[in-house]
Write a protein of this length. Sequence first.
Lengths: 272, 260
Amino acid sequence: MKRLINLTPPPASRLFLGLLPFALLLLLYVIASDARLAENANDKLLPAFSQMGEAIDRMALEPSKRTGEYLFWQDTASSLKRLGLGVLIAAAIGLALGLFTGALPLVHAGVSPLLTVVSLIPPLAILPVLFILFGLGEASKVILIAIGITPFIARDLQRRTQEIPSEQLVKAQTLGANTSQIMVRVLLPQLMPKLIDAVRLSLGAGWLFLIAAEAIAATDGLGYRIFLVRRYMSMDVILPYVAWITLLAFLFDWLLATLSRRLFPWNAQGAH
Amino acid sequence: MIEVKNVGKSYDGNPVLERLNVTVAEGEFVTLVGASGCGKSTFLKMLLGTESPTSGELLLDGKPIASEPGPDRGIVFQQYSVFPHMTVLENVMAAVGFAQRGLTGYLFGSKRKQARQEAEAILTEVGLGHALKKYPHELSGGMKQRLAIAQALLGKPRILLLDEPFGALDPGIRADMHELVLRLWQEHKLTIFMVTHDIKEGFHLGTRLWVFDKVRHDPHAPQAYGATITYDLPIDHRARQPAPQTTEQTIAPLLAEAAS
């Protein structure tokens, strides 16, 4: 018998092992839901999949009686717009800060301590400040996401810039490159896949800030809807929404990973 | 061309190098050998400009060597010398782009075309004509070093600094690289400084071999004194090159002397 650390599952059973916990959880849910509904047909805590289907049917495929909009898609579009804009702003500012503080010791000395302190401020604690300054509209939500993840991206990219072997910088200088040429042609391109990595890691936090902001002040959005229907204990809406958010998060992560592999073939595992 | 006048270098008060006095003429091929930590790489870094002497003067054409790297001194490191995100061709074309003024170092139009021709010519010369579209991580160690050399040459340096460039290569490939370096040295009329661990390599390639070692020892304070050039040996290549075994015979007494 081999040692446990040397035992690897064959490919076929690896897929099976991966899917098994999902299947078990679903089974457990179905059993529990059936048991509760058998006792009380109006139970709202663990709705059957058919009830969730009806709820999604109502939210996604029928226009709302009050506004005439398809709420599910309206919520999705609003949330994604806020998240996308916030992440885009954070990525742009984070990249610029990371590149300049990582490449230029003078900028590093001036900006880095401030960046460290700012990154320690809990973003949700300043959400009221944002509401006061920017009102309850779209701006404050986008800014919360941007403020929440910019320091992480900036500090990560600063470290990545400093990790680029100094031999490359010396080499470029012996070829006559000036500072901006080194930043544009040697550092920036090598940071792009790292930027995608940083964005992938910060998307989780992005969703957190989005849903928090929507829960507190919004008129639509995935987070707004979940917190709204909580008042009616509408688990048949909440659970599909959570699953949808999870699916979206998974898709973005996969999309970014694929994009990074396609665009930067030189960044393959183990490449130097 | 290069004058070293009483140069010393110390880190935190611990001398690494001391009392270096040599002159090097244009076109020489100097190989630097010595034990690890004897300061030969530090000396190369002073020529490169990433380190400055703490005492004495290091002159190039009568003027102090700039304290940052510049286009008159090319460099090939043991590794990390090429840009991993550029193909072989782009790596070499970047050398042309960096030589121009401008914010980005990108080339356009006829300049780009000309740079491409120059790059292809030099890549063919170093034997990489078939790998133009490959990325560095797809190249073997020897090919990577060929690329690094091609790149350094397109910068048209007067002095080429080699920091253990073949230390990580197999012996067979190393022999090919020796041939390449000797050929390029003659064709491009370079002055070369090369740090190596391999004393045989030092004798084979150089016109002049420097041995770095400590001459003064204080057994109670091993850090008290720095190393200096203990042997400055001119090498007559016409006599030695055709028969490599004579190189070994030359080394043996020297090694015995160094050990005693």
